[in-house]
Design a protein around this ligand. Structure first.
Ligand code: ADP
Length: 555
């Protein structure tokens, strides 16, 4: 049985009262009844005013009610207040016997002290005796006048009434014992809840301490974008973006794209992308304005509830300002150096070309040496072009409707001389026309790179084959060779800058490890992607995927 809130409220109120008010409150119902009886007596039963026993009963009640207030219960034993219900029994005895035979029913008032004695929960044995013997004694004087010729009514009153009061006592006792058990259970439950709450607070504190101790900014948000948990660094990010409120998705925010100037539209902000259900990593944004602008690499994972529904997201911000600035400085250095190298190199190459145009007057040995100078200068120039392209963060593409078949054809034409020298056969199977949304110059550059690699890394000759295919809105070009190939773990790294396989180094095949990173950059600027599958000793296949027509759909 649940204890109703109103009952619990009353119990709490009762406990808050002082001992005098508590005792008076228990006595109040009986005192009210007796007061009404006293007030009605002159009008209804005037003959009772001449009964000293009856009047003594009324007086005793009044005295007891006053005693409830004036007795310093707090200084007495905790069971001392039980003297009041015991004396109530006496007062009711006086009332009942003083008013007999006019008001025999007054005996029923005994039920008040009996309830009080039963509900007290202390001195149970003494109280059970009092609650039975008291009513019996109250009934004795009225029946004693018939002694020794007691009537059946006398016997019934003498036996039944005390038994009824005993039953009332026991019923109250059981009910209050039951309530006490429930109270104890509730207390235990409350205690358990308090412990759990304290434990969860401790855990939350620990979590926040750990989060604050980490180097990255972290925010957990609910579906509407309201912050659930954030750490100190995330608050720094927020301040940088000029956001102080709890709704990160809304309002004007100083979050910029990679060019550091274009403010990101709300749906491109990391948190809004995350609560739209996107999972991402390495999403670079700039927070705040110059000179305090900071670069953050952001990542997000959705939070999914037990029912599989999206409940929010966790977004992590890594301050990469130092790294981005170092990279920018390196790139600037590379592009300056390569630019400075190119001018004298062009002069060397130009002069060597001029000399080699007319070799009639030159000894054959000198011609041969000049050809070596020419070849190496050209290689150096190509390397410088690669270096400055890699360093150029602003590598721009201008895609338009382009026929890839004709691009493949011109790539094959330029590669043919080199292929012949290396004993490589070139083959192509491309439907013509093959339309794609591509920058012909840049994609031509990427294709040249893949085909020249395919020839370069086929030192024992073989076949380089270019094929094509379409899938949905995408066009695929495959450059396959039967050359030296590479290990699977190397195939996953070939697009990194300056990466070269051990076998390429050992075979002393010239290269700087930049061509494929440029190829990847070009393809990705088109919204496409490039992949490598390779088998050491058997050959490699590079696949370029480009949008077939129009700006790319997302993968
Ligand atoms: P480079 O060829 O100038 O070294 P790239 O970026 O074009 O630089 O290639 C990176 C590395 O990937 C190469 O050094 C080589 O080890 C490997 N590689 C590229 N293409 C092939 C290929 N077709 N077959 C085998 N290895 C290749």
């Amino acid at each position: 049985m649940a204890v109703r809130p109103s009952l619990r409220g009353a119990a709490t109120y009762f406990r808050k009262l002082g001992p005098r008010s508590q005792v008076a409150l228990c006595q109040l119902p009986l005192s009210l009844v007796v007061s009404i009886l006293g007030l009605m007596t002159p009008l209804t039963w005037p003959s009772l005013l001449s009964s000293p026993v009856y009047l003594a009963g009324i007086m005793l009640h009044l005295l007891l009610f006053v005693a409830c207030f004036v007795t310093p219960w707090e200084r007495l034993r905790s069971s001392a207040y039980l003297v009041i219900p015991v004396l109530d029994l006496l007062a009711i005895g006086l009332l009942r016997n003083g008013a007999a035979p006019l008001l025999p029913g007054l005996a029923i008032l005994v039920v008040f002290p009996v309830i009080w004695l039963a509900a007290s929960g202390i001195l149970v044995r003494a109280n059970v005796v009092l609650s039975t013997v008291g009513p019996l004694l109250i009934m004795v004087p009225a029946s004693a006048v018939h002694f020794p010729h007691l009537t059946a009514a006398d016997l019934t009153t003498l036996v039944l009434f005390p038994l009824m009061m005993l039953a009332v006592f026991l019923a109250i006792r059981f009910a209050s014992a039951n309530m006490r058990v429930q109270q104890r259970e509730l207390q235990a439950l409350g205690e358990e809840l308090r412990e759990l709450l304290a434990e969860s607070r401790d855990r939350e504190k620990l979590l926040i301490t750990i989060l604050d101790a980490t180097d990255v900014a972290i925010a957990a948000v609910d579906r509407s974008g309201r912050y659930l948990v954030t750490n100190n660094r995330q608050r720094t990010f927020r301040q940088a973006t000029g956001v102080v409120d709890e709704m990160p998705g809304q309002g004007h925010q100083l979050i910029f794209g990679q060019d550091r100037q274009t403010m990101l539209p709300p749906d491109k902000r990391p948190i809004n992308r995350a609560i739209a259900g996107e999972s991402f990593a390495d999403y670079l944004v700039w927070a705040g304005e110059e000179p305090a602008q900071r670069a953050y690499s952001t990542a997000a994972r959705p939070l999914v509830g037990e029912d599989g529904q999206l409940t929010g997201a966790v977004v992590v911000y890594n301050d990469v300002t130092g790294w981005v600035e170092t990279l920018a400085a390196t790139e600037e250095l590379i592009s300056t150096v390569s630019h400075e190298f190119r001018t004298p190199l062009n002069a060397i190459l130009g002069n060597v070309d001029l000399v080699l145009e007319d070799t009639a007057g030159l000894p054959p040995d000198a011609t041969q040496r000049l050809t070596v100078v020419q070849r190496n200068s050209e290689r150096l120039l190509a390397l410088l072009a690669d270096l400055s392209a890699t360093a150029s963060a602003a590598l721009k593409v201008h895609p338009k409707r382009t026929d890839l078949a004709s691009l493949v054809e011109s790539t094959l034409n330029s590669a043919r001389a080199e292929a012949d020298r290396s004993g490589v056969r070139l083959a192509a199977d491309i439907p013509s026309p093959l339309w794609a949304y591509a920058d012909p110059l840049r994609i031509g550059q990427a294709l040249d790179n893949l085909v020249s690699n395919a020839i370069k890394y086929s030192p024992d000759g073989g076949v380089v084959d270019i094929s094509a295919g379409t899938s949905g809105n995408w066009v695929q070009l495959r450059v396959r060779d039967t050359g030296m190939g590479m290990r699977t773990d190397d195939a996953a790294k070939v697009f990194r800058r300056y990466f070269r396989t051990d076998s390429a180094r050992k075979a002393a095949i010239p290269g700087a490890g930049l061509g494929l990173s440029i190829t990847k950059m070009i393809v990705e600027r088109h919204g496409g992607r490039v992949a490598c599958a390779s088998d050491q000793g058997k050959g490699s296949t590079f696949t370029v995927t480009l949008p077939a027509d129009g700006p790319p759909p997302s993968f």
